[in-house]
Design a protein around this ligand. Sequence first.
Ligand code: 8GT
Ligand code: MN
Length: 571
Amino acid sequence: MVPLKRRKVNCSVTSDSSGDRTSKFPGVVIFLLERKMGASRRAFLTRLGRGKGFNIEYSLSRSITHIVSENNSGEEVRTWLDLQTGGQGREGGEGRTARPGSVHLLDIVWYTESMHAGIPVIILDRHRLQEREKPGLELTVVSVPSYACQRHTPLLHHNTILTDALSILAENAELSENEGRGVAFRRAAALLKSLPQEVRGAEQLRGLPCLGEHSLRVIKEVLEDGVSHEVETTTHSEQFKAMKCVCVCVFQALTGIFGVGAKTADRWFREGIHTPSNLQRSGHTLNRAQRAGLKYYDELNLPVTKPEAVAIGQIVERAVHAVLPGAEMTLIGGFRRGKQTGHDVDFLITHPDEGREEGLMPKVVSWLEAQGFLLYQKTTGNSYLESKEGPARPASNMDRFERCFSIFRLSTDNEGREIQTGREIQTGEGPQTYSPTLTNTDPHTHSDTHPHSKTDSHPLPQTLVVVGDHAQKVSWVLGNSQCSGPRSWRAVRVDLVVSPYSQFAFALLGWTGSKLFERELRRWAIHEKAMTLSSHALYDRKRMQYLRASSEEEIFAHLGLEYIPPCDRNA
Ligand code: 8GT
Ligand code: MN
């Protein structure tokens, strides 16, 4: 458990922390716990709630009725409260600053659902923070639905040690082209992610769905020994390391197509190609996408941060508005689910007048190229036609929207940590030190967009090292000679998708992910509802008709599912 610090409740974030604002819901006085939530998210959630007429207090007081926390267990919140109140009032007595015994201790899910409903929703068991009555390993019987799309799966959860282990085995299975085994591990991991508490003993898992024999064996081993032998062996296997290195980064990152990279990487592995530099020296003829993947290999391996995603969003928005005023753009993928980093940035573009979006992508790409923002791009046209599609088509992850796989050239200000939104970049998640800006000082110089372009003579960056804790400098090892110093840009993978307005809700749902959540939605649709779901449409096979929807909420309703907000789709 993270040690609890005695800490003053932060009252300084906003000046209007008094209780005299008018509330639409008298009797509901909410306190958002900053611990693990962070000050900025707390401020954001407070503004959101207040905008909807909720009474949200910044200080603990006896008027608080609901304490909402994120990623804290009931015990952690209880301990924190005791620290604030000096342990008084635990049994509902007269505490100085709060009434810990009578106040509702709730998970953030209750808050997000209430925000969505516009009223404080009824408190269900799953909203309450779980508290163990007494230390020990008593069984907690939790009833968990078996499809991930029926469950709330937050980004941060209680079982990371177990899910990390299962994810490694899933990745290994996928790299070995054993998709079925990969999915089984991913389903088991997704189940653990959705549990409201930490699993401490295998007995707690009795009766839960999605846990196959193999996954259970791994979980038990980790619970008992702290590690799984199979996971350890996999992590250290040369083949796993090499396949991950060559396959994931060079191919899958660019094509996004499962299997294509794995086959080639496997062949190359057997030829002795284990690293990108092996590949570069191998004399293999590479296609344009592979060359780009190789050239920007290290940077494409660096996580993309939220501020970088936001900065790229501003560039894309400028491009889109320049070529089609009135067009709308939405950040999708992992960032829409609340992730703070990603392997790429995904955007969905549409226009409220159906038809206006046709042919938009080449124009956006031309604009971006003219400004020097693209290092690589491959655009594919829209090949979806409902009349031709045929409802019998199997549900598929691949859609046929107008789409552009690209590598952006994002200018960076290596001297300062401020980006144009004025917020500081969080450096907690990896070696990210760039500060993205929109300044584009050097158009065309590094463009590899045109097949015959020979303008960029940088050799392959073999290692990218960040110097110092909050370093602003990046050193590049180029071949044998190391040159150190700030560079003014970095390469970032960006996916652009254009959808007709009538398909927008389906595209939004399909591209928000996670991949497993999407897979489970399609599985639910077909097996439980006899419907076919894709990123273009939903077809009811019994009634033999398409079901239209203009929002994600409507699609969930058609599917007979409770609405799950993007932040809870992290299965
Ligand atoms: P990340 O942080 O690693 O980027 O995580 P992500 O944003 O969740 O993953 P992603 O690989 O960027 O994919 C974003 C979402 O788009 C996923 O849910 C994935 O299922 C979906 N997706 C593709 N390709 C396609 C496709 O061709 N069609 C549709 N409908 N969805 C796709 O990755
Ligand atoms: Mn993504």
